[in-house]
Each structure stands twice: as structure tokens, then as C-alpha cells.
Write a protein that binds this ligand. Structure first.
Ligand SMILES: NC(=O)c1ccc[n+]([C@@H]2O[C@H](COP(=O)([O-])OP(=O)(O)OC[C@H]3O[C@@H](n4cnc5c(N)ncnc54)[C@H](O)[C@@H]3O)[C@@H](O)[C@H]2O)c1
Length: 374
């Protein structure tokens, strides 16, 4: 039997390769590119088969799967959230994922998504703030100065125009790390002694803390008219950052309502508490901010469509710049009905020559596509 289709190959982007790619492309270009891709995909909202993510909870954290598909591509992300992981030398959030062809089910891109999640989360936050924060917002409080913080800072600098950051973390070493990493980035940094001090006078407040509890990082007394709150860290059942009174005085925007009702800040509110899905604001169907004094909340939990967009963007940049390895994730049987034959020592029937197991090939530079049509 002779094969008429292309070999079943997958582009693999390891964590070190993703780091190389982001350095080459430039972090700020990646954030801006992913934000634009998210905007583009959110405007195709009704073309996607969407579902709330599947979660396995334990005492110490959560492990989640996030699937989504349109007519041509399927994506999923594996991601965890273990706030105590730093005590074991591991990040709180770790992720990987893939893009596959819907027509065949063949995986076309397998990628690290830990670094990419920080990029896409920051891109999504800034995209939301562009519609929801007051025009001219320049001062942002950043509460929780861990792994996500630098990405949030740079996204808000570039996409929203933030110039001043007031910082607070219960761990002073995290804030010191953030200050060191942001040196020379054109942001004025103010280290604060507490959340209330950091939040005072801010146009935007980003909370990116990690604590598996109903925390009250922001309480109603801290909220000033016109603030925009970007609540990133409350993202699973029993893990929230805003006092429910803050939600009561705000207009709340979410990614995908069925998932946010379970995981977002709004898990604290009655099932009929009014929220707006953010894609409707982007599409011009619903208003974003309606007045300079309105308090807006982006109740971010992270939705699969953002990862779909990030995978597509990173995969395309990798293919164009020649990053990643072409791997054989699927067995390459000349006769697709003869899987068993792959185990036989007899010579294979006519077809493409077998390759050495485990032989990975680097992508040739200047390719414009992933290994097969996507
Ligand atoms: N919404 C999304 O799409 C999305 C994406 C990625 C991560 N997250 C969540 O964002 C949060 C931050 O992620 P990370 O990777 O930066 O975690 P991290 O563990 O690296 O950093 C969290 C920081 O919060 C600090 N902190 C904890 N409690 C605090 C408090 N009461 N006040 C001030 N600081 C406090 C910790 O000291 C730590 O430095 C996590 O909860 C994570 O699950 C959400």
C-alpha cells in the first residue's frame, strides 16, 4: 500500500525552545501579538465549540483540562494551580497543550504553555482593560508579585499606557524580584506596605495572588469611583480575591459565563447576578465602561479560547522563524490498518522509509506553516 497523505508529524515546542522563541520575537511583541489574536478569535465566538474546563481538585491545588474547537482546529491545555508549590521549588502554575486538525484528529503542535500562559493572561487582561478602564489610566496597583506579575506590568504599559505601578505582596522577596526585573522598563515603581496603600489613587488594580481560600484582598472601603479591577488570581471553586461587597458595587465582565459562575469571583454571588461576557463588548453588542465613575471588574479565570489563540500565534511564529522540532508523536504505519505490523521484525511493505525511533528534526528556518495544513 502506498501513502497519499503527508507523514504524521507534530511540531514540538519545548520550554527551552519557547524561551528562545520569545527572546527572538521579543516579549512585548509576543504579548501584543497574542492580544491581537485573542481579539480576533473572540470576535469569532459563535464559531467555537465551548465548554467549562474539567477540574480535579485536591487539598493542595487543582489540575485542569481546557478543550475548545472550531471547524478546523482543536486545542487543549493541561494546567495546574498549586499555591504552595514554591516550597517544593516548582511554580504555582504549569501548563502544556496542543493544537490538532479537526478533520483527522492529528496533533500538529505540542507546546509548553507555562510561559505562554503568563503571556496570554497578561494579554487578555490588558485587552479587557482597554475597553473597561477609564481612558488615560496611568497608575496601576499590582497586588501579588509572583510569576505572572512582570507580564501583567508590561502588557499594561504597552497596551493600556500604564506608567506607574504601586506594588504589594505578602512576600517582600517577590516584590524585590519584580522591582529588579522591571528595572529599566520605563515604569515608575512604588513599593507599598500593604494592599490599601497600594490601591489608594490607582486607576487600575490588578490582583494576582495565589491562595486556595476565599481571600478578601480587596474590600469595599478600598474601592474608589472609576477604578477598573483586573482580578486574575481567583480562578477555581473556593479560591477568590474580592470581597463580595466589591462585586456588588461594580459592573462585572467575564470570559465564558458558565465557567466563571463556577470558578470566578462571581461564585460568591447569586446565580442571577448580572455579568457581561467580554466578547460582547469587543463585538460592540454590549457597552463596556459606561461612565467615568463606574467601577468595572474583569473577573478573569482563563478561558480555553485564549490558549487556542496563544497556541496558534506561537505555533505560527515558531514555524516562520524555524523554531521547534518535528517529532513523531503518532506511529507511522504504512498501512493504517496494520498497527500490529509496526511491531513485526519483517520488512515493511512499500511506503515511506521508516525513520529511527526518537529521531527529532529541527524545523527548517523560514517556514510559513506548521507541518501540515491547519
Ligand atoms: N486568570 C487567569 O487566566 C490566570 C492565569 C494564570 C494564573 N492565574 C492565577 O493567578 C495567581 C498568580 O499566579 P502566579 O503564577 O503569579 O502565582 P505565584 O505563586 O508565582 O505568585 C502569587 C503571589 O501572591 C502572593 N500572595 C499570596 N497571598 C497574598 C496576599 N494576601 N496579598 C498579597 N500577595 C499575596 C504570594 O506571596 C506570591 O508572591 C494564581 O492564583 C494563579 O492561579 C490566573
Amino acid at each position: 500500500m502506498t501513502r497519499s497523505t503527508s507523514l504524521p508529524t507534530t511540531l514540538y515546542l519545548s520550554a527551552p525552545e519557547m524561551i528562545r522563541l520569545v527572546r527572538r520575537q521579543g516579549l512585548t511583541a509576543c504579548i501584543a501579538g497574542v492580544a491581537e489574536r485573542i481579539r480576533h478569535e473572540f470576535l469569532r465566538w459563535n464559531e467555537f465549540d465551548k465548554s467549562a474546563r474539567l477540574a480535579c481538585h485536591s487539598e493542595l491545588g487543582v489540575i485542569e483540562l481546557m478543550p475548545i474547537a472550531d471547524a478546523s482546529q482543536f486545542a487543549f491545555k493541561y494546567v495546574n494551580g498549586h499555591p504552595g508549590n514554591h516550597r517544593r521549588g516548582l511554580p504555582t502554575v504549569m501548563a502544556f497543550g496542543m493544537l490538532a486538525d479537526v478533520q483527522t484528529g492529528m496533533p500538529r503542535l505540542l507546546s509548553e504553555l507555562t510561559l505562554t500562559t503568563a503571556i496570554r493572561t497578561a494579554a487578555m487582561s490588558a485587552l479587557a482593560a482597554r475597553s473597561l478602564a477609564r481612558p488615560g489610566s496611568r497608575r496601576m496597583a499590582l497586588i501579588g508579585n509572583g510569576a505572572q506579575a512582570e507580564f501583567q506590568a508590561l502588557a499594561f504599559r504597552d497596551l493600556v499606557g500604564v506608567e506607574v505601578l504601586s506594588l504589594y505582596d505578602t512576600d517582600p522577596a517577590a516584590t524585590a524580584k519584580l522591582v529588579a526585573n522591571l528595572a529599566g522598563q520605563g515604569l515608575r515603581l512604588e513599593v507599598c506596605a500593604g494592599t490599601a496603600e497600594a490601591v489608594r489613587g490607582a486607576d487600575i488594580v490588578t490582583t494576582a495572588t495565589a491562595d486556595k481560600s476565599h481571600a478578601a484582598i480587596l474590600t469595599p472601603d478600598m474601592i474608589e469611583p472609576g477604578m477598573h479591577l483586573n482580578a486574575v488570581g481567583g480562578d477555581c471553586p473556593g479560591k477568590t480575591e474580592l470581597h463580595r461587597g466589591v462585586l456588588g458595587l461594580s459592573s462585572v465582565f467575564v470570559e465564558y459565563e458558565p465557567q466563571s459562575r463556577i470558578e470566578g469571583e462571581i461564585q460568591q454571588m447569586p446565580a442571577d447576578f448580572a455579568v457581561t461576557e467580554f466578547w460582547q463588548v469587543l463585538a460592540g453588542r454590549r457597552p463596556g465602561r459606561r461612565s467615568p465613575s463606574e467601577v468595572t471588574v474583569f473577573d478573569s479565570v482563563g478561558f480555553a479560547l485564549e490558549d487556542f489563540a496563544a497556541l496558534a500565534f506561537m505555533g505560527e511564529r515558531a514555524a516562520a522563524l524555524g523554531f521547534g522540532e518535528v517529532i513523531e508523536l503518532m506511529p507511522d504505519a504504512a498501512d493504517p490498518k496494520d498497527l500490529f505490523g509496526l511491531l513485526a521484525s519483517r520488512p515493511r511493505p512499500a511506503g515511506p522509509a521508516p525513520r529511527q525511533a526518537g529521531a527529532a528534526r529541527r524545523m527548517p528556518p523560514a517556514r510559513t506553516k506548521l507541518p501540515a495544513p491547519m
